[in-house]
Design a protein around this ligand. Structure first.
Ligand code: NAD
Length: 279
């Protein structure tokens, strides 16, 4: 039995949204195992900077590549750049995603008859933006990058980044919740579809980590928790927000041969949030 993540060494890992907070933690984990990395992000400057840091710290090969996960042409171009620079893709991590204030209701529940700030007042364009980023932003990159994993002498792994919202929707963010639930369903569907090709497809559901996408919802300007932030801590049996490094072990496990018979699952990394009934 392979009891380390040594099989990851030398593999080529593509991480979309890799220049973000959780993406950076994942890039570091893979590079520490000796994987080569292509960091695909809208923010090309941050992606390139991170690639340079990984090359110098871990002596792996890494490049930052500009692409929009919602734009097929830019993904095809990115794949060409990656293949030319680093070879065939072995592992894809679909990390790009996030919420937006335009797809967020102002109130948790509709207590008054007033429509403003409720579900009825949601901006459909805002809803589309968030749903597409989180769902199609996983679907499209998988269609493009996972093609390298297909073939008689090939195998591969896709890791989707889900969320607690996939299991139980949080108030205020219906588009994000619906999209992450769709990710879990799609993970199971694709795992079945690609199993004969030796491609495993799993997802990881982070609990709560304070990052740019949710800071406005969980902290006040002075850094204290909002009521919502405090509720999250109270609902987490381990009593705290996670640190981005907390997702590293689960991601490496799902992407390594140690999990060679594991496909179609979603593993929560959440300090117990998902198992706690609240009482
Ligand atoms: P982040 O905002 O720090 O990073 C997201 C990255 O994605 C950024 O670098 C951004 O430039 C990039 N990106 C955004 N739109 C893109 C696009 N169209 N094409 C290419 N790149 C794009 O977010 P994060 O907290 O690191 O989140 C990473 C993933 O984890 C997301 O899927 C998010 O939904 C999920 N998640 C986060 C938390 C949390 O608490 N932070 C919890 C559960 C799930």
């Amino acid at each position: 039995m392979n009891n380390t993540f040594s099989d990851i060494k030398g593999k080529l890992v593509v991480i979309t949204g890799g220049a973000g907070v959780l993406g950076k933690s994942l890039c570091t984990a893979f590079a520490a195992c000796g994987a080569n990395l292509a960091i695909v992000d809208l923010n090309a400057e941050n992606a390139q900077k991170m690639a340079e840091e990984l090359v110098s710290e871990f002596q792996v090969q890494a490049i930052g590549v500009s692409a929009n996960v919602l734009d097929r042409a830019s993904l095809v171009e990115a794949k060409g750049t990656i293949n030319e620079a680093l070879g065939s893709i072995d592992i894809l991590v679909n990390g790009a995603g996030g919420n937006h204030p335009k797809a967020t209701t102002a109130v948790e529940q509709m207590v008054e008859d007033e429509l403003e700030g409720t579900f009825f007042d949601l901006d459909v364009k805002g809803f589309d933006f968030v749903f597409d980023l989180n769902f199609k932003g996983t679907l499209l990159p998988t269609m493009i990058f996972a093609q390298d994993m297909i073939g008689a002498d090939r195998q591969g792994v896709v890791l989707n980044i889900s969320s607690m919202n996939a299991f139980k929707p949080l108030t205020k963010i219906p588009a994000y919740s619906a999209a992450k639930a769709a990710i879990n369903n799609f993970t199971e569907w694709l795992a079945t579809h690609l199993a004969p090709q030796n491609v495993r497809v799993n997802s990881l559901a982070p609990g709560f980590f304070i990052t740019d996408q949710n800071r406005f919802l969980v902290t006040n300007q002075d850094g204290s928790f909002t009521e919502r932030g405090q509720k999250i801590v109270n609902g987490t049996p381990m009593g705290k927000f996670g640190s981005p490094d907390d997702i590293q072990g689960t991601a490496l496990y799902l992407c390594s041969d140690i999990a060679s018979f594991v496909t179609g699952v979603c593993i929560p990394v959440d300090g117990g949030y998902n198992c706690f009934s609240g009482v």
